[in-house]
Design a binder for this molecule. Structure first.
Ligand code: ATP
Length: 300
């Protein structure tokens, strides 16, 4: 039996390796496909350096013509300021960030950066200007150094360490047996949700983009980790134009404007204090979340 077991076990390992490799290839092709769908206009322009302004002007969008996902969405994020979007699952929040990164084109209205329609910008320039900290960071099956360095491959080693320090990841990495050479990803060290998010923050800090998109993780982090990450995110956002897709209201209190979305529309908007005073959906969501968290309810 053992003679049969060994080769079968070996085949099992080979099978898992191939499947993993295929998953990576699939991801790559999916990315390439999304990139190819939208081509640069012949007279496409670059973006200026420095802080940038974002405008969503009466934006509508449907992934599939049968089902409209965003309806007439308008808002502005002034240079260096922050807007947060809240609302129940499926309301269309993450779709806003996909459109800003131009994974898809709007079906109505326009998204503009410094007054220029995204469709008239060079895609390379647009994507260089935006850093995304996604819900679930994809880690490459490579060293943790590579995974951070990916944010700006030409960065020096010192710059990678500085980004890791700013994301409060450096000490953790130094405590690993192989330090920055530790392999991570599916086949390496499995990082926790919070650690992965910190890798994404370090990557983004290294990239140093004028626009930031945070798509908050849905999975509940413990409150100490959440507070630590929140602090890092706020630090990373200083001086950058920031769009936060939020799942927890505690993380949006300081945003310049909060948009409450429901069913593809903005149903309320304002600062945290103004929305609480208005006593509408946001105020109810806030009370509910405070009760869940076991707090008193007045979060000013
Ligand atoms: P969550 O809080 O759960 O992340 P969300 O508010 O960010 O939700 P979106 O991810 O923007 O919601 O999705 C809005 C709607 O669009 C959902 O009903 C979803 O099923 C649909 N949708 C999302 N991505 C696609 C896609 N690639 N193709 C078709 N429909 C999609």
């Amino acid at each position: 039996l053992i003679q049969l077991y060994m080769p079968l076990n070996f085949l099992g390992i080979v099978y898992r390796e191939i499947r993993q490799a295929l998953t990576d290839i699939e991801r790559m092709f999916n990315l390439l496909k999304t990139h190819r769908e939208i081509a640069d206009a012949p007279d496409a322009r670059d973006l200026p350096g420095g802080p940038l302004q974002i405008n969503f002007d009466s934006v509508s969008f449907a992934y599939d013509p049968e089902r409209v996902i965003l309806k007439n969405i308008s808002f502005a994020v002034a240079p260096g300021r922050s807007v947060a979007v809240v609302g129940h699952s499926g309301a269309g929040k993450s779709t806003l960030s996909r459109l800003l990164y131009r994974f898809y084109d709007v079906t109505g209205g326009a998204i503009r950066i410094n007054g220029h329609d995204l469709r008239g910008l060079k895609q390379g320039a647009l994507r260089a200007a935006i850093g995304i900290v996604p819900q679930d960071t994809v880690l490459f099956n490579d060293s943790i150094f590579y995974n951070i360095n990916y944010g700006r491959p030409e960065a020096s080693r010192e710059e990678v360490y500085a980004a890791a320090r700013a994301a409060q990841l450096h000490d953790f990495i130094e405590s690993l047996p192989h330090k920055y050479e530790t392999k991570v990803g599916e086949r390496g060290l499995k990082l926790s949700g919070g650690e992965k998010q910190r890798v994404a923050i370090a990557r983004t800090l290294l990239k140093n983009p004028p626009i930031l998109i945070f798509d908050e993780a849905t999975s509940a982090l413990d409150s100490a980790t959440e507070r630590a990450i929140q602090g890092q995110l706020e630090m990373a956002a200083i001086g950058r134009t920031t769009l936060t897709i939020a799942h927890r209201l505690s993380t949006v209190m300081n945003a310049d404007e909060i948009l409450v979305m429901s069913d593809g529309q903005i149903i309320e908007r304002g600062s945290h204090g103004a929305l609480l005073d208005a006593g509408g959906t946001y105020a109810r969501m806030w009370t509910l979340q405070q009760q869940e968290d076991g707090n008193s309810g007045d979060g000013r």
